[in-house]
Design a protein around this ligand. Structure first.
Ligand code: HEM
Length: 505
């Protein structure tokens, strides 16, 4: 080795050491970020995480035990600050809500589907987000509109029950998740476009939205943009998928516009009066800083509603039923409550479900014991700020790990047990799901970005669960016993989807 080689090696080692110092984040580091595991040069902790080949939610659970309630992961060029304690979550999202109410930068692929962050869930905290969210809350989920559209849920749940009966006759058991997804998706499509469409078309929309969700999960170049040229094919695939999504939804939008503007309905599928569908409120919208919306934005905003509301509610029903199948006495108690309200041969209405406290307790216990997601969506600070004595720059992802709250033995007695009674008399009675008084569980998030449709989501779960238990006794399937093993697929779902035998009551 000559002198030049030796010199180059020394310089390389010094540079590597500087990188290491820069990326190996600790509380006392130059950026004063929360502590975290030392990373490798350039890639930070990225490959340490990938090489574990475990869902991220489980890795975070272990890191929490080691680094405490707030820590940092350096994922390539993205910095993730992970917040896990009830006190810090409450401070950030409720007490200092506006400061932590923004969203981080989107990946190029996500930007294709959000048309430049023109969706409620991805818009930065500011005028666009405010006008989109205000329109959604006032036009789509105000109590009058929810009541006006109760026929949609009635229609979809009748189809649901018929499908369950047919499937049970054909197979001897029913698959819970696929049926619930289809039913909830059909409700949301009808609420968005005012149209009652065939099951085949609903399945097609559902399949495309699933593909979009898969396509927009984080990929390597989101953390290491330098690798983006190697993933150009993925970008082409994303644009192709977007075209497919547009081709599938634009006809619904055009039909609705013709109905709203000219009263035309050649396919006789318009089922909601003018003004009652979400899309009607978007046609004339001119959000601040964006101007009039076009078909690209309509597709994004309606897809967001269908995606946000389908898996979350369907997952909850599946976990609730798993517990009812495994605990027949809880199921019987619920059945007695339902027939106490509507009789053995009555029909459960939405108003009836409001008079069923045990049903409410079962659903809350399901949200506690099986939160559909272990994180809320990624947040970002609007400006550099401080939390727990550390610096939180504006350009980092702030991730709130919420599953720990419901596993914490200091907050819950026997947290691993499924015991709905705790919400009637016990440690769950005073729980405030909106988190104003403190957070013990937050399936819908809390603060400025709390799920704006949480009451609608709960209504879907209550309605379907009450009707399913009213009509059938749910029993384990002997060839596929219920298995509570979890896996992650947008929401935390059962690794082996629940199959159950149903007996007409
Ligand atoms: C059981 C049902 C549901 C659960 C558990 C749920 C949960 C959540 C969670 C955890 C968030 C993120 C909160 C945050 O980032 O801090 C969220 C946001 C959102 N959800 Fe839901 N959700 C449900 C149903 C629905 C339904 C039915 C819709 C639409 C009809 C919907 C629309 C949205 C939207 C638009 C956002 C973005 C809010 C924003 O960023 O301002 N969700 N939801």
């Amino acid at each position: 080795m000559d002198l030049i080689d030796l010199l180059s090696l020394c310089i390389a080692l010094i540079l590597a050491r500087l990188w290491w110092r820069h990326w190996s984040v600790t509380g006392s580091g130059p950026r004063n970020l929360p502590p975290g595991p030392p990373g490798w040069p350039i890639v930070g902790n990225l490959f340490q995480i990938i090489l574990q080949r475990r869902p991220f939610i489980y890795i975070v659970r272990d890191l929490r035990a080691k680094y405490g309630p707030i820590f940092t992961l350096q994922m390539g060029q993205r910095t993730l600050v992970i917040v896990t304690s009830s006190e810090l979550i409450h401070e950030a999202l409720v007490q200092r809500g506006p400061t932590f109410a923004s969203r981080p930068a989107d990946s190029p692929i996500r930007l294709v589907f959000s048309v430049g962050k023109c969706a409620i869930n991805s818009a930065e905290y500011g005028p666009l987000w405010r006008s989109l969210r205000k329109n959604f809350v006032t036009q789509f989920i105000n109590p009058v509109r929810i009541k006006q559209c109760s026929w949609v849920r009635q229609w979809a749940s009748e189809n649901h029950m018929k499908r369950l009966k047919t499937e049970a006759l054909e197979n001897g058991f029913v698959e819970v998740m696929s049926n619930c997804r289809l039913t909830i998706c059909s409700i949301l499509i009808c609420l968005c476009f005012g149209a009652r469409i065939s099951e085949e078309r609903i399945k097609n929309i559902e399949a495309i939205l699933k593909e979009v969700m898969l396509m927009t999960t984080p990929k390597l170049p989101d953390f290491l943009p330098i690798l983006a040229p190697l993933f150009r094919k993925k970008m082409d695939e994303a644009k192709e998928l977007r075209r497919k999504q547009m081709d599938c939804l634009v006809p619904l939008i055009r039909n609705r516009r013709a109905f709203v503007e000219k009263g035309e309905d050649p396919d006789l599928e318009m089922a909601s009066p003018v003004g009652a569908a979400y899309i009607d409120s978007l046609f004339d919208m001119k959000p601040v800083n964006r101007g009039p919306l076009g078909e690209q934005e309509f597709v994004t905003l309606c897809s967001e509603v269908i995606s946000a509301g389908t898996d979350t509610s369907a997952t909850t029903i599946e976990w609730a039923l798993l517990n009812l199948v495994q605990n027949q006495e809880i199921q019987e108690k619920l059945y007695q409550e339902v027939i106490g309200c509507v009789g053995e041969h009555g029909v459960v209405t939405e108003e009836d479900t409001e008079k069923m406290p045990y049903l409410g307790a079962i659903v809350k216990e399901t949200f506690r014991r099986h939160p559909p997601s272990h994180f809320v969506l990624s947040h970002a600070a609007t400006n550099e700020t401080q939390l727990a004595g550390y610096t939180i720059p504006a350009d980092v992802n702030v991730e709130f790990y919420t599953a720990w709250l419901t596993e914490d033995p200091d907050l819950w007695k026997d947290p691993g047990e499924f015991r709905p009674e705790r919400f009637l008399e016990g440690d769950g009675v005073d729980v405030d799901m909106t988190g104003t008084r403190g957070v013990k569980m937050m399936p819908f998030g809390v603060g400025r970005r709390i799920c704006p449709a949480w009451s609608l989501g709960v209504l879907h779960v209550h309605m379907l669960l009450a009707r399913m238990v009213h009509a059938f006794k749910w029993l384990p399937c002997p060839t596929a016993p219920p298995d509570p093993t979890e896996t992650f697929a947008f929401t935390v779902v059962m690794k082996n989807p629940l199959k159950a035998v149903i007996l007409p009551r």
